[in-house]
Structure formats: structure tokens, C-alpha cells
Design a protein around this ligand. Sequence first.
Ligand code: BG6
Length: 489
Amino acid sequence: MTEACTFVIFGATGDLARNKLLPALYHLHAAGRLNRDTRILASGRRHQDREAWLAETRSDLASSVRGGLSEEVFSRFADRTDYIRGDLNDAQFYELLHQKLSEKQAYPTDIAFYMALSPADYAGVIEKLDQVGLLEETKGWRRVVIEKPFGKDLQSAGQLQSQLARHLHEEQIFRIDHYLGKETVRNILVFRFGNALMEPLWNRNTIDHIQIIHAEPQGIGKRGATYENSGALRDMVQSHLLQLLTFVAMESPISMAADALHAEKLKVLKSIRPIPADRVNECAVRGQYAAGTVQGQSVVDYRCEQNVAADSRTETFAALKLHIDNWRWAGVPFLLRTGKRMAEKQALVAICFKKPPQQFFRASHVHCEASNWLLIGIQPHECMRLEMTVKAPGEALDTRQTSLDASFRRADETVNDAYEDLLLDIINGDRSLFLSYEEVQQAWRIVDPVLQAWEKPENDLHLYPAGSWGPAAADALFEEPCRFWRNTL
Ligand code: BG6
């Protein structure tokens, strides 16, 4: 059981709060994982009062929570929530907030502030919280949760960090990346460091290349205005995919404590070879979806989406080839790829092993003889699958592929949403699955040259039909023949 605290959500009427945070809090509450006295204070501008906000929250939860909404559970959940309406730019709002949080016995004195806001608002809100004394830790702890993107490039991340550092010390800042809360992602650490079997194979001697892939059939929905200032590289690669890469590539940490994990992840990021400004086209490919059919539905061009410029050059697809210059990974390319409006949802890490030095057998089903692959399915299919070559029954020594499956959960077990465990980590003060500023800095260092090159109109933007696997140009990132993107498990 966690300790009692107050959870303040700024931006409580926005998509993140409605689709992720409130369902996660509801699930934690329903499972008895929140302290009885924990209170949730939601703040937004859209609803006039608590009743209006609760009515919308109830209807959102009814359509999203696992197993359906229980009225009884919801009513007890509602008992621990309150709503405060206010304008984040108005100094008076913070006075009111302070008064409310000081109400005798109503709110536990340990407080987490969740910034479910536009990144442009983070610094201002934190400054104003400090001005009214809400960040002082005299009566309890104060933690601030910051969503990605942390800045929009290396320079702006530095500015944001200096602004935060004026009001908070590092242990108070929780830079969240929800991918690190996924069970399947944390399982990468257990699979690597809980089995002696993998370690001798996990290096340049046996691994040919590694792919880290995120594809989704959804477009940008109502996020046009935000997405236009972001694009796939900032939205997915700088954060989630590079974090996945650190889990796959890091050395064994001395423990699973935050400092130990951060140190090993940072070493990996620091070892990633800089992409020279004049060679971006050899290492990076960008694309934008055009009209097409996704899972049986016709969809429009990215440029016809709401709040998107008719001549937008924002990428909805990004693929990157990176090299890690250290002993373990010298010469092993890491290929990262993400896209919206792709053929299907697929988040996976695909590790391709080197081929045997001699090929004696005839593969019956593929042009190039098959490699061994280790496939780590993150979603929607969680799996840990090792593809092997075996003999196909029959007189000849023909081969076929089969797989060894190491599923990490039993059929009767459910998987929590990533936000559930991460919210508990915030309450428990466990920063191991949150990012250090140095990691964020390194991630920007890696993608900044690409972002800068893509600002220039002469660099290609490849259109791809919605419902495909992205532009064919991304195939050229594989230098050797017989290498291809693993679209499916
Ligand atoms: C978010 C991105 O961080 O992750 C979205 O902003 C993306 O654009 C989402 O769709 C993907 O997360 P998941 O967990 O659905 O793979």
C-alpha cells in the first residue's frame, strides 16, 4: 500500500488526463492500490464546477476502463476527487489552489503536481506554484511530473531545465516516458539480466542488427496544432524509441536503483555516434501520410487533417540508423522506425542474429536463407519469441522456421496500463523508470542534426499511402542485401 498523498492534475480536461491519467487512477483505486486517504484534485478551465467535471469523467471512464465501470467503485472514486477551475496564467488561481490544499485535514500534505499541459506552460506554472509557496517541502514532499517532449531541441531543453532548477531540486522532478512503464518493456531488463543464457549472445559477435519499431494505424486525430510543431522524430524517436534502445543496449547496472539505471542508460546514449549534418540523408528518412485505406477505412492526407497546414512538411514517419560506438555494439546498426497511419499497430524490438558461416541446407520458403531473430513484441502482441531454423519433414535437408516462445504472463493475468505503475512510482518516490536530465540532453544531441536538416526544404519528404508500412525509401537504410524491416511478428 502506498502512502497517502494529494495528486494535483493540471490540464485535467485534456486528452492525456482523460484518456490515461484518470483511467489509471481509477484502476489503482479499484484494485485497492491507492491509500484510503489519497486525494485527487483536478484542475482545468473547461468545466464550471466539480459536478460537470465528474459527469464527463464518469462517461469517459465508462467507455475506457477494463471490465467496464462499476457504479459503486466510481462513487467511492468520486469521493476522493475534487475539481478546481482556473486560468493557469492568473496569479489568483494559485492563491486559491494554495488555500484549497491547506484546508484542514482535507488534503494530505505530500503533493504530486502532474503537468498534463502543453510543454510551453510547464515553466510558468512551476514558477507560480513556487511564488505562493506550494513547492516548499516544510510539511511534506512536493513532486512535479513533466511529460515529454522536454523542450523541442537541445537548446530549449537546456532553458527549460534552468527554469525548473530555480524552483525544484532534481529529486523532485519526474520526467515521465510512459514506454518505460510498460510491462513488456520492463521485461526486457528481466529477460536480459535474469537469464545467463542471453548475455554471451548479446553483442556484436552474434548480432547482425537491431530494429526498434513503432507503427500505428491512427492518424493525428485532433492533435494537429501540437503535432505540426512536433513531428514523428520529436514525438516518438527522441523519447520512446531511444529509451527502448537504452534498455536493449545497456550494460548490466549495479542495481535496479534509479541512479544505477540512469548511469548505464546515459552511457549508451553518450556512445551513439553523432550524425554529421552533411550525411543526414544516409542515416534518416522522413515521410508523411497521404490518403489511403487503413484497416478497411478510407482516410485523408495528413495535410487535410484539422489544424494542419495545406503545405505542411511535418513528418508523420521517421526512420533512423544509429551506431553505438562501444565494445559491445561496434559495427551493429540500430534501426529505429515509427509512423502514423501505418498498416497496423506494431511496437516491437527485433534482433537479427548473424547467419551461420556456411549454408548447407536449402531454405524452402525464402529467397535469402533465414536468420535467427529474437522478437520482443511490446504491443499489441506481447511476446518473446526466438525464431530458429529447423528441418522441414521430408527426404531432403530442406529447412523452415519455427519459434521458441517465452511468454511472460499467464492467460489469466491482466497487464496494467503503463501509467498505473508509473503513478505509484511517483507516489513512492521511485525515479528508476523516469528520465534524468542528462538522458534527455543526450537524446536531443542525437536527433538535433536530423531536425535541423529536415527544416531545409531541399531534403526529401516521402509521401506514403495511409495503410502501408511507410515510404520505400526507408528500405535503403539497410546497406546489405537480404535485410528488411520486420513489419510483423
Ligand atoms: C505518445 C505519442 O507519446 O505515444 C503519440 O505522443 C503516440 O503520438 C503514443 O501515439 C503511442 O503510445 P502507445 O503506448 O499507444 O504505443
